[in-house]
Design a protein around this ligand. Structure first.
Ligand SMILES: Cc1cc2nc3c(=O)[nH]c(=O)nc-3n(C[C@H](O)[C@H](O)[C@H](O)COP(=O)(O)OP(=O)(O)OC[C@H]3O[C@@H](n4cnc5c(N)ncnc54)[C@H](O)[C@@H]3O)c2cc1C
Length: 81
């Protein structure tokens, strides 16, 4: 386990990482990425002026599961227009 370490790239050789000791390669054949998600709100907001009514829903508000995305789409269509 490496603390204070940031993944920079996954390459054929493994993971290139920024560590407190500097950049180093962690050799690997297989890399499993298990990190949290954040909404890409900036990209969603860039579309705000594309339509008369703009209501962000689903993962661009908060990453969740399909049921939550469908529900927020339903609520937007049914109650917010
Ligand atoms: C690996 C993984 C596994 C998952 N497994 C499950 C599961 O088992 N069960 C479950 O309920 N949920 C699961 N989820 C979550 C589920 O995928 C999301 O909750 C759901 O897809 C959110 O729907 P959405 O419509 O908000 O976003 P998305 O499904 O991400 O749809 C957004 C769409 O917008 C498009 N897009 C992005 N930018 C632009 C742009 N500028 N112009 C035009 N189009 C654009 C994208 O290409 C994409 O097609 C999983 C997610 C991941 C990443």
């Amino acid at each position: 386990m490496l603390k204070n370490t940031k993944c920079l790239a996954v390459t054929e050789e493994g993971v290139s990482a920024e560590t407190p000791e500097g950049e180093k390669l962690i050799p690997a054949d297989t890399v499993v990425i298990a990190v949290g998600l954040r909404p890409n709100s900036r990209e969603a907001e860039a579309l705000r002026d594309c339509a008369p009514i703009f209501i962000p829903i689903g993962n661009c508000v908060a990453p969740s599961q399909v049921q939550g995305a469908i529900r927020s789409g339903y609520d937007a269509a049914a109650f917010q227009i």
